[in-house]
Design a protein around this ligand. Sequence first.
Ligand code: TYD
Length: 209
Amino acid sequence: MTSPGLFLSFEGIDGAGKSTHITQLVAQLRERGRQVVHTREPGGTTLAESLRALVLHEPMDALTEALLVFAARRDHLQQVIEPALARGDVVISDRFTDATFAYQGAGRGFDTAILGQLEQWVQGGEHGIRQPDITVLFEVPPTVAAERLAAAREADRFEALPLAFFERVAAGYAARAVAAPERFVRINGNQAPEAVWTDLHTALTARGL
Ligand code: TYD
C-alpha cells in the first residue's frame, strides 16, 4: 500500500534490546527535521493501551489473545498510523503484526491461517494489506535475552514464559524475515550497543532513510 509517509516496525524477542535503539533513531530523525510518530503495539491509542494491559497481564486462550491484539491494531491503524502516513510522517512502531505471527503463531502454536485472515480484515484496504515499509528484526540468542530480562525488571505474562517459548518465537521471526527479505532488515543484537547502532544506521541508510 503506498502513502506519502514511511512506516517502520521494530521486532525481536523480549530482551533483544530494540527499545533503546528505537529511542535513539527517533531522536536522530527529529534532529534531521523529520516528523516522527513513535508508537507501539499492542497500544498506541487509549483503547489499544487498555487492551495491552489485558493481553500482558490477564490469563486467556490463544484465540482471545489474537483477537485482542488485532482489535488493538485496528484502532491503532485507524487513529494513529494511517493519518500519520497520509500526512507524510515517519511512523516507528515498537512491534506490529510480525509479533502476532511470532508470539501467537510460532510461540503459542495458534493457527497462522487464521492469523492471516485477521491480518486481511484488520489491515486490508482498497490498495492491499497495510504492512510496514521496513521491519527491523533484532536477533539475539534466547539465553542472552533471558539474562538481560532477569537483570532488568519484573516479568509480564510473556516474559515469564520458558526459554523454549522464546526459541519458537525467534524461529517464527526468522521465518517471517526469510519470507519477506525486501521488507526485513536483520540486525545482530548480540553485540555492544554501539555496534548494534552502527549496523542499524548502515542498514537504514542503505534503504534511503
Ligand atoms: P514489549 O514490546 O516487549 O514491551 P516492553 O518492552 O514494554 O515489555 O512487550 C509487548 C509484549 O507483547 C511482548 O512480550 C510481545 C507481546 N505481543 C504479542 O504477543 N503479540 C503481538 O501481536 C504483539 C504486538 C506483542
